[in-house]
Ligand binder design. Structure first.
Ligand code: ADP
Ligand code: MG
Length: 372
């Protein structure tokens, strides 16, 4: 069912001490509506699944855990965290840390927990990989090579991987390391080591890790049930996307590394917009072509962008007035994806001879927002 294929969850994080304590986002839960206001500007959005600042990590996981369930029966799935830097993507994916006992743990440790809870059959085999895409280059975060002997320049260089197109049209990063995991603890330890690699590399290259997409993959292999035995394979991806913020001219002129900054933003914006296009195309059952070739991110995610794959988009936003422009642009991205999904559902209904009720994605004039 299409409703299960792509799912959008909007998450409003609580205010944090470093930002303007004046809010610009108002949630009207009963109407599934978000009102955003700044001075005389006002925008209204409608989403089926909006999590308020009071809804914790458990609620978030509950709304995406079906992807893990599908993965366990052999369907590919991807959970994306999308939003501007500081909006809560990494918090949603990891939590405060990877501690299994931490009640604030994010989607990734919870997904691993769910997998091992249902891994009762001995015939299951699980492998994990972890890599990042930075400026259209792929780096293996499981590159744990001892670099003591290397020159300072090469010390923190992670292995760059080349994308190869297979005969079946799918892309794979050649030489990407993967490790077999047998316990939850093993999986999380590896993940933490990979994260440490990402952080070290980011600080040494004088860039924030929010400039890259981090992709954690879990592969499952098991024997099918029934008389004719065959191997069932599936892949679950959990993606902490690079910050979606737009280029600010004011910031650019004061920057020392202006060229690098522009290069990073161009790569990020290009890959995020092709991800949006792929998601929209995917929602439409009549569209045969999904334009995944436009970026490394979408090329590598091709098998997650196929018809049978499941996708959840966690859209992270800050409630602060400081973030008004970015929050509007983040929600516009989500809204485009939502409209594509609704249109596709509508077409499906028409094809089945059912008429449409009322539109749930009507543009309306926003009512006056009470900012007190
Ligand atoms: P991003 O990865 O999108 O750049 P982070 O996940 O690092 O943003 O979040 C920025 C800050 O906000 C962090 O200090 C994080 O702990 C906090 N934060 C984010 N989301 C939440 C939330 N839902 N509840 C509490 N704190 C949060
Ligand atoms: Mg982050």
């Amino acid at each position: 069912m299409l409703g299960n294929k792509i799912n959008i969850v909007v998450r409003i994080r609580p205010l944090i001490p470093t930002e303007n304590s004046k809010g610009c986002v108002k949630l009207m839960n009963k109407l599934n509506q978000l009102l955003l206001q700044k001075e005389f500007y006002q925008v209204q959005f409608k989403f089926d699944n909006i999590l308020s600042k009071n809804q914790g990590q458990k609620s978030l996981f509950n709304s995406v855990s079906y992807i893990v369930t599908y993965f366990m029966v052999g369907l590919n799935g991807t959970i994306f965290a999308y939003g501007q830097t500081g909006a809560g993507k990494t918090y949603s994916v990891i939590g405060e840390d990877c501690n299994l006992k931490d009640s604030n743990k994010g989607v990734l440790p919870r997904a691993i927990h769910q997998i091992f809870q249902s891994k009762k059959e001995k015939s299951f085999r699980l492998h994990v990989s972890f890599y990042e895409i930075y400026c259209e280059k792929i780096y293996d975060l499981f590159d744990f090579e001892d670099r003591k002997e290397k020159s300072t320049k090469d010390k923190y260089k992670l292995k760059e991987l080349i994308l190869k197109e297979g005969s079946n049209g799918s892309f794979s990063a050649e030489g990407l390391k993967s490790y077999e995991i047998n316990t939850e603890e093993e999986a999380l330890l590896l993940y933490e080591k990979g994260l440490a690699n990402r952080a070290t590399k980011a600080s040494l290259m004088n860039k924030k890790s929010s400039r890259s997409h981090a992709i954690f993959e879990i592969y499952l292999e098991k024997e099918s049930k029934g008389d004719k035995k065959h191997i069932v394979r599936s892949k679950l991806r959990i993606v902490d996307l690079a910050g979606s913020e737009k280029c600010s001219l004011r910031n650019i002129y004061s920057l020392k590394n202006r060229d690098k900054y522009i290069k990073e933003l161009t790569a990020i914006n290009g890959s995020l917009s092709s991800l949006g296009q792929c998601i929209s195309a995917l929602a439409d059952p009549k569209r045969k072509h999904v334009p995944f070739r436009n970026s490394k991110l979408t090329k590598i995610l091709k098998d997650s962008l196929e018809i049978s794959a499941k996708i959840a988009l966690i859209i992270c936003i800050s409630p602060s007035l400081d973030s008004y422009d970015e929050t509007v642009s983040t929600l516009q991205f989500a809204d485009r994806a939502k409209k594509a999904i609704l249109l596709a559902q509508d077409d499906n209904r028409k094809a089945k001879g059912k008429t449409r009720g009322f539109s749930t994605y009507r543009e309306t004039t926003a009512p006056i927002y009470d900012n007190k």
